[in-house]
Design a protein around this ligand. Structure first.
Ligand code: QAP
Ligand code: CO
Length: 166
C-alpha cells in the first residue's frame, strides 16, 4: 500500500471530468487500497480519485467513528434526491478551509463495489453530504465552487500563499 499525493486547490487538474471504470481490475483494486490508506492517514472521511490525479469514477468514504467501515463507490449515480441541508464542509484538497454548503438531505445511489457488483444505498445526513461532495469531484467540481466569487478568490489566494511558503 502507499500514501498518494493529493492535488491542492486551485490545481486546474481538480476540474478534470472523470471517466467511468470499465473493469475493476487488479490495478483499480490497488488504487482503492492506496486511496483508503491515503484517506485514513490524512485523516479524512472521503477521497475521490480526481484528488489523487486519477480521472476515473472512483470514491472511498468512511464516516464511521471507528474508521473501520470503508465504502467504495465505482461509477456512482444518484437516482433519487429529496430535501435540503446545510453542512460545514471541508476537503483534503483545500486544507484549513471549512464553509457551509447546501445539498440534498437524502439520496439514493447506485454504484459498483470493489468486486464489480452493483448495489444501491439510501442515505441521509453526513454520509449523504459526503457522497455528494465526492461525486462533485468526479465532475471536476470543488465545494468552494458553490461559494461567492469573493470568498472563493480569498480562498484561492490563501491556498496559493500556503503552497508557495511550504
Ligand atoms: C469531504 O473531507 C466532506 O481542511 C471529505 O486540514 C467534508 O475528509 C464531506 C480534512 C465534510 C462532508 C463534510 C480537511 C483534513 C478532511 C482539512 C475531508 C484538513 C484536514 C476533509
Ligand atoms: Co473534497
Amino acid at each position: 500500500m502507499a500514501i498518494l499525493d493529493i492535488l491542492n486547490y486551485p490545481d486546474p487538474r481538480l476540474h478534470t471530468i472523470a471517466k467511468p471504470v470499465k473493469e475493476v481490475s487488479a490495478a483499480i483494486k490497488r488504487l482503492i487500497d492506496d486511496m483508503a490508506e491515503t484517506m485514513y492517514a490524512a485523516p479524512g472521511i472521503g477521497l475521490a480519485a480526481t484528488q489523487v490525479n486519477q480521472h476515473i469514477q472512483l470514491i472511498v468514504i468512511d464516516t464511521s467513528e471507528t474508521k473501520d467501515d470503508l465504502l467504495v463507490l465505482i461509477n456512482p449515480k444518484i437516482t433519487e434526491k429529496s430535501g435540503q441541508q446545510d453542512y460545514e464542509e471541508g476537503c483534503l484538497s483545500v486544507p484549513g478551509v471549512y464553509e457551509s454548503v447546501t445539498r440534498a438531505e437524502s439520496i439514493a445511489v447506485v454504484a459498483l463495489n470493489k468486486n464489480g457488483q452493483e448495489f444501491t444505498i439510501r442515505v441521509e445526513g453526513l454520509l449523504s453530504v459526503c457522497i455528494q461532495h465526492e461525486m462533485d469531484h468526479l465532475l471536476g467540481k470543488v465545494f468552494v465552487d458553490y461559494l461567492s466569487p469573493l470568498k472563493r478568490n480569498r480562498i484561492k489566494t490563501k491556498m496559493v500563499k500556503l503552497q508557495r511558503d511550504r
